[in-house]
Design a protein around this ligand. Structure first.
Ligand SMILES: *[C@@H]1O[C@H](CO)[C@@H](O)[C@H](O)[C@H]1NC(C)=O
Ligand SMILES: *[C@@H]1O[C@H](CO)[C@@H](O)[C@H](O)[C@H]1NC(C)=O
Ligand SMILES: *[C@@H]1O[C@H](CO)[C@@H](O)[C@H](O)[C@H]1NC(C)=O
Ligand SMILES: *[C@@H]1O[C@H](CO)[C@@H](O)[C@H](O)[C@H]1NC(C)=O
Ligand SMILES: *[C@@H]1O[C@H](CO)[C@@H](O)[C@H](O)[C@H]1NC(C)=O
Ligand SMILES: *[C@@H]1O[C@H](CO)[C@@H](O)[C@H](O)[C@H]1NC(C)=O
Ligand SMILES: *[C@@H]1O[C@H](CO)[C@@H](O)[C@H](O)[C@H]1NC(C)=O
Ligand SMILES: *[C@@H]1O[C@H](CO)[C@@H](O)[C@H](O)[C@H]1NC(C)=O
Ligand SMILES: *[C@@H]1O[C@H](CO)[C@@H](O)[C@H](O)[C@H]1NC(C)=O
Ligand SMILES: *[C@@H]1O[C@H](CO)[C@@H](O)[C@H](O)[C@H]1NC(C)=O
Length: 465
């Protein structure tokens, strides 16, 4: 590789991007919340008549316990303790300043009776249910307009028993959109950690119109062929941090969204400042990290690092369409290891999938400043299928230090994209061939909290360019 760097360039790099004593380097790690007994009051679900036999329906017990705990909201909040047992329930609502604590071997089981999951209004940024017009079933664990909510424990389980929903979806007998396992709406200060999520009817964890959300040390599992069992979907939310998670489901492991076509455009709430740190997982039907396809409120400042996907269809994906409007910009993904993945990087500009016929075909999404760096892969079929939109190129796509062992003889296929690359093998497609360093260096996006220990090392940073 020919290098044109002058001493001045090198010094510029050092000044801007090294973590020296006179610059501050924050980390991608999520902020720790002190989980140790922060709630002065605690009750057990058994005090409200719940029976953990997997048969008795405990919806009323959950509702009554949480109603009672509301009186402690202004006294430091309270903890609802769920001991070992199988606690069958329908949907219930959380409150502010509550900790829902699932002890070891505690399993909250979703009822298999659809009536136990009431129908609520569609989200304004979607205009309708995601799968069917009209309302949608409320999530098993639901919260709205809340602050300071913690869902945690000793790796207890929330099991949606979703198979009845999946088969009803497949045989088209549902009247409304399927429910999520956990949805927090319009809430601030949400902390979900140290739990296992199983067999969600639909998406697993859905923060929507939220701020300051942390999801840490969770395991999310659903069969690889289960329909739309996305792992974690930050939606029109900001300051979301996802760390140390293992996810294996039937759809996207993490999908960052912000509303759907004309409804998302008019609602206008972006997803921004989304951090993903240390994620392992697999998906046979979809992608590990996806942005879209619903991105009409805009998605920006997405940072992901220390990612490992295996036995998967796609690793990193951006999906959009004419009609979506919005934007995806300032995305920085680094340190990705792939094993046995069909497509490493995929952009789709013609995803389609509209809520109705009223979308504006002239509402073109702006996709720009996407940096993907330090990717290693073996047993990869295609390196990149990068398809932008005619007349609406995806621009400033920057690929650096990518090394993939690819079986296809057409490893890259790029249409309507423009960008730069450096140290990419197999050799990248024509529209990305110009080198980043030094002329196009400012056209690429870099995380402003250059986190990884490797980037903290000046020498290694320069070497990687
Ligand atoms: C969001 O929550 C805040 C505070 O609880 C409330 O004032 C506001 O009206 C809510 N907005 C929506 C759209 O629910
Ligand atoms: C949340 O706030 C919105 C807007 O103020 C209100 O319409 C709705 O009833 C509130 N919901 C709850 C559950 O507090
Ligand atoms: C998380 O769960 C594990 C396994 O049950 C337990 O050992 C650990 O103490 C839990 N961590 C926290 C912070 O509660
Ligand atoms: C939590 O449980 C899941 C399976 O139920 C397991 O795979 C995972 O390793 C456990 N996590 C911890 C921290 O013990
Ligand atoms: C559809 O699937 C559900 C769930 O398995 C089942 O209860 C229902 O009888 C099926 N209906 C038809 C028409 O196949
Ligand atoms: C981004 O989110 C993190 C939490 O994930 C927070 O610590 C940080 O202050 C946020 N940055 C901005 C600019 O809002
Ligand atoms: C890259 O990520 C892996 C986990 O996937 C981690 O073990 C490794 O330390 C990371 N490398 C750097 C340089 O941060
Ligand atoms: C790449 O794959 C080929 C066979 O497809 C294999 O011979 C070679 O050892 C692999 N290289 C690496 C670095 O994994
Ligand atoms: C490349 O992609 C375009 C559409 O995006 C498709 O028409 C074409 O067949 C692809 N070429 C190869 C060699 O896969
Ligand atoms: C769009 O990108 C293609 C390469 O993919 C390039 O040939 C074309 O000139 C670009 N169009 C505009 C308007 O930048």
């Amino acid at each position: 590789m020919r290098r044109h760097s002058t001493l001045v360039d090198v010094l510029l790099v050092l000044a801007l991007f090294s973590c020296s004593p006179w610059t501050v380097c924050s980390s991608l790690h999520c902020k720790e919340t002190n989980m140790e007994e922060i709630r002065p009051h605690s009750v057990s679900i058994t005090e409200f008549g719940a029976v953990g036999d997997g048969i008795t329906l405990n919806t009323k017990a959950f509702q009554n316990a949480i109603f009672y705990l509301n009186s402690f909201a202004d006294k430091g909040g309270a903890k609802l303790f769920v001991p070992a047992g199988r606690w069958l329930t329908g949907s219930f609502d959380l409150i502010s300043h509550l900790t829902l604590w699932l002890d070891k071997d505690a399993v909250i089981l979703g009822s298999t009776n659809f009536d136990d999951w009431p129908v609520v209004d569609p989200l304004p940024s979607y205009g309708r249910g995601r799968e069917l017009p009209g309302g949608r079933h409320k999530s098993l664990v639901y919260g709205r307009n809340l602050t300071d909510v913690i869902i945690t424990g000793n790796n207890g389980t929330i099991d949606g028993q979703g198979s009845i929903w999946w088969s009803s979806f497949r045989n088209k007998t549902l009247d409304y959109t399927r429910p999520h396992l956990v949805e927090l709406m319009n809430s601030t200060g949400v902390f979900i950690s140290n739990l296992t999520f199983l067999n969600s009817p639909f998406w697993n964890i859905h923060p929507v119109y939220c701020s300051q959300v942390t999801v840490q040390k969770v395991t999310i599992l659903a069969p690889l062929d289960s329909p739309n069992t996305d792992g974690i979907n930050p939606d029109s939310s900001d300051r979301v941090c996802i760390e140390d998670c293992y996810i294996s489901t039937g759809d996207d492991l993490i999908a960052i969204k912000s509303g759907w076509d004309e409804y998302g455009i008019s609602f206008g709430r972006p997803s921004t400042n989304i951090t993903i740190h240390t994620l392992v997982g697999k998906t046979r039907q979809s992608a590990g990290i996806t942005i879209g396809s619903e991105m009409s409120g805009g998605v920006s400042e997405v940072y992901a690092e220390n990612i490992h996907f295996f036995d998967s269809y796609t690793a990193i994906r951006i999906k959009t369409s004419p009609g979506r409007g919005g934007y995806v910009r300032n995305v920085f993904i680094s340190n990705v290891t792939l094993v046995n993945v069909d497509i490493a990087i995929r952009f789709t500009g013609s995803y389609g999938d509209h809520p109705d016929d009223s979308f504006d075909t002239n509402a073109l999404p702006v996709i720009e400043k996407i940096t993907i760096k330090d990717v290693m892969g073996e047993k990869i079929s295609r390196a990149g299928l990068l398809e932008g939109i005619e007349g609406d190129n995806f621009s400033n796509i920057c690929l650096s230090n990518i090394n993939l062992n690819v079986s296809s003889s057409f490893p890259w296929n790029c249409t309507y994209v423009r960008g730069y690359s450096e140290l990419v093998s197999p050799q990248t497609c024509e529209p990305l061939k110009e080198t980043i360093f030094p002329q196009h260096y400012a056209d690429c996006y870099y995380s402003n909290h250059l986190q990884s220990s490797r980037d903290r090392n000046r020498g290694a940073w320069l070497l990687s360019w």
